[in-house]
Design a protein around this ligand. Sequence first.
Ligand SMILES: Nc1nc2c(c(=O)[nH]1)N[C@H]1C(S)=C(S)[C@@H](COP(=O)(O)O)O[C@H]1N2
Ligand SMILES: [Mo]
Length: 421
Amino acid sequence: MRRLMYEAQRSLASPARNPRMATVIGRLLGAAFLICFGTGLYSHFLQQPLPGMRFATRPEFLYQFTEGTHIIAGMACFPLLLAKLYIVFPDLFAYPPVRSFVHLLERASIALFVGASLAQITIGLLNTYQWYPWPFPFRQVHFALAWVLIGSLALHIGIKLPIIARFWRKRADYGPGTDHLTDAVPVERVAGTEADRLWGSSRPTGLTGRLIAYLDATPPAAEKVSRRGFLATVGVAVAAVVGLTAGQTFAPLDAVNVFGPRKKGVGQQGVPVNRTAKQANVTEAVIAGWMLTVAHGGVERSFTRAELERMPQTEVTLPIACVEGWSQMAAWRGVRLRDLADLVGAGEDTSFRLVSLEPRGSFRQTQMGPEYVRDPLTLVALELNGETLDLEHGYPARMIAPGRPGVLQTKWLSRIEAITA
Ligand SMILES: Nc1nc2c(c(=O)[nH]1)N[C@H]1C(S)=C(S)[C@@H](COP(=O)(O)O)O[C@H]1N2
Ligand SMILES: [Mo]
């Protein structure tokens, strides 16, 4: 068994598979994971704040920026993670499989880390396409996996710290025995016919023998992927997956947005629609006789659309920045929420619940803290890009506020009520 594993590692040895490369790619992957973790936590707490949490409302594109960064870094994780696995997977054939308790810990943490990472980026990617081929709630699972991933990453870095430190900087010579990933495999010193010497007359027959012969016949290291070729491949792959999708949020790359699920400017009034009126069961019949009710304490006031149009109107430029990654700037016009709040006597630190006409659905009701309620850019929007709001975008009225995820920009708004603690 030991020899078989040895042969497997020897045949997989390659100039690109060395601890320096593992460190270089690992650093990039670690950075991408940390960016995803930070921006992901931010997104999570915006949607599910802990008691007393308050958020920044400027710059008004803040969430568009953080969520755009989240999906761009997330996309980059695909080639980076595959590259990292390519570099280190011969380590799978280490023998003996477990050398010590620390080694066991190390291997277990890597198994957890790899599993969690693959699951995390896969469900994240599918989410950007609004495809949910699983029976669990996406956000909660993505959130939980993020902790598993970051925890096992911390453990992994802790265990590998000596190697990471040693190979952090580029050096001409890292010392003996470090050219290849597994210290057990001095690949250059094993010539093509080495197997004969190694196995001698005890060479196994049957399947094992054939496997060894196959491994033995694989080309020596020098004919494999070079370091430079490997890095170039990873670089091109990252540029391609990021470049061909980032346009869904990053306007300068709009022209090459080939694989992003949403295209800028495509949709009613030049803005993509995330959930249509039909999907939300909002029909003409549902909006017939619509009025917007604003409630605080015992005070309740209802407004027709014509009454809202007669109130002072404000124009703002704010993005829809969907949690699924796409975003789009747009011009909105409508009534400031704080003017409506004042009419029912709501104080400076009142939070509101926003209720949609939509009969069911997880975005039917959302909550808004006072930092958004009092913000002069927060509107009950009646117009979008110079026209009466399309039904798909929330007609008769919708919420639009700075720095918030799209899920909280409630469409088909019917009731705004103060939340009394
Ligand atoms: N009532 C209601 N409002 C909603 C939604 C919804 O499903 N129901 N979807 C939200 C999501 S996820 C996004 S990204 C934005 C999209 O707005 P748009 O369709 O006008 O672009 O609306 C938000 N408002
Ligand atoms: Mo969204």
